[in-house]
Design a protein around this ligand. Structure first.
Ligand SMILES: Nc1ncnc2c1ncn2[C@@H]1O[C@H](COP(=O)(O)OP(=O)(O)OP(=O)(O)O)[C@@H](O)[C@H]1O
Ligand SMILES: [Mg+2]
Length: 343
């Protein structure tokens, strides 16, 4: 069994039935979106637990933005269901959306108004914001994203990073139950990236749920409690980050000079192993680390060290989306499916 198979089997929707269902800030079932013959998103069952910071990962074109747009009611699914803060979309959008702040591609800011004026306009449309509180809320949001010094400048002259910050400020105008950020660090310098990390941590500490898509795996690893990995429009793994990483690490590295003898001992115990640097690499499928060590030490093999190699999110992501490049394959799969649908 390959590690990627076990990672897929260890987490994901199949698990949901066996554990008590957590309260979900967002939930999709069988979500699908096609554009002509392109399947952008297919059969996505996403669970976003309340209070989680869920990182959505996937190569270019894997369907992250399309999924997020459907979650926010900006795009109508071809098929499937979306529930946002307990309300089914599209009918419940009016109840759910005031509690949701979002930063997605192409926010409609006016080029000839300043950042501050744009934000005041956006604030005027917030149903949860009293008109007397608009000025204060706008200044707070500008401060929070570090945009106060440039708030008087026209949006037209903003850099990409400044535009991102303004979009984030508009998501933060009122306290939200759910914040959705599509590639928030896009165009930001390292200081801006750190600020996003801080804002996400603050939102999490305040009890908000956060959904954030990113290509920066290290950022996701540092900020998220949960992860969903998309590949070619489908979810190939989702669950708690710690659990995902654990399920991805199935090997035991043994430092020993007795490589041949070790291999023989393990083979006799039907444990799969192969030579590795300084010793052996043992696969822990169908066995456990204590069993392996007992067998080796019991047979007189000198075990100098035994370690579980750390599986970083980067390794796991690479394995789950192995056959990749940008997700161009999606178009090919999809052309076939579209044909089937027509039949
Ligand atoms: N409006 C559209 N019309 C046609 N095709 C679309 C449209 N929106 C998305 N697609 C296609 O759907 C697929 C998924 O795109 P999507 O933008 O959701 O990916 P993504 O994971 O957000 O990628 P990236 O990391 O580049 O932002 C791609 O093949 C894309 O070309
Ligand atoms: Mg995108």
């Amino acid at each position: 069994m390959t590690t990627s198979t076990s990672a897929r089997a260890g987490v994901g929707p199949a698990r949901a039935g066996s554990t008590p269902a957590p309260a979900l800030a967002a939930r999709t079932r069988g979500l699908r979106k096609t554009y002509g013959s392109t399947v952008a998103v297919d059969n996505v069952d996403l669970d976003l637990p309340e209070g989680a910071v869920l990182g959505m990962l996937g190569p270019n074109g894997s369907g992250k933005t399309t999924t997020i747009r459907m979650l926010l009611g900006l795009v109508r699914p071809t098929r499937g269901e979306v529930e946002l803060l307990g309300h089914a979309l599209p009918d419940g959008a009016g109840h759910a959306l005031p509690h949701v702040g979002a930063l997605v591609e192409g926010p409609g800011f006016h080029p000839f108004l300043s950042g501050r004026e744009n934000l005041r306009r956006a604030a005027a449309f917030e149903p949860l914001l009293a008109s007397g509180s608009i000025r204060g809320a706008v200044e707070d949001a500008l401060e929070r994203v570090g945009l106060s010094p440039a708030a008087h400048r026209r949006y037209r002259g903003y850099s990409l990073g400044m535009k991102q910050r303004l979009g984030l400020a508009s998501a933060l105008l009122v306290p939200r139950r759910l914040i959705v950020l599509d590639e928030p660090t896009n165009g930001l310098d390292p200081a801006g990236t750190r600020e996003i990390r801080r804002v996400i941590a603050e939102l999490h500490a305040a009890g908000s749920t956060v959904l954030v898509s990113s290509h920066l795996l290290s950022e996701i690893e540092a900020t998220c409690t949960h992860v969903a990995v998309l590949h070619r429009g489908t979810v190939v793994a989702q669950g708690e980050l710690a659990e995902l990483l654990r399920s991805g690490s199935q090997a035991l590295m043994i430092t020993t000079p007795d490589v041949e003898e070790g291999l023989n001992v393990l083979r006799a115990s039907r444990i799969s192993a192969r030579p590795a640097e300084d010793g052996l690499r043992v696969e822990l499928t169908g066995t456990s680390a204590p069993d392996v060590l007992r067998a080796l030490v019991g047979a007189g093999v000198a075990v100098h060290e035994a370690t579980r190699p750390h599986t970083g999110l980067e390794d796991l992501f690479a394995r789950l989306t192995e056959d990749d490049g940008p997700d161009r394959g999606a178009e090919i799969d999809v052309a076939f499916e579209a044909e089937e649908e027509l039949r």
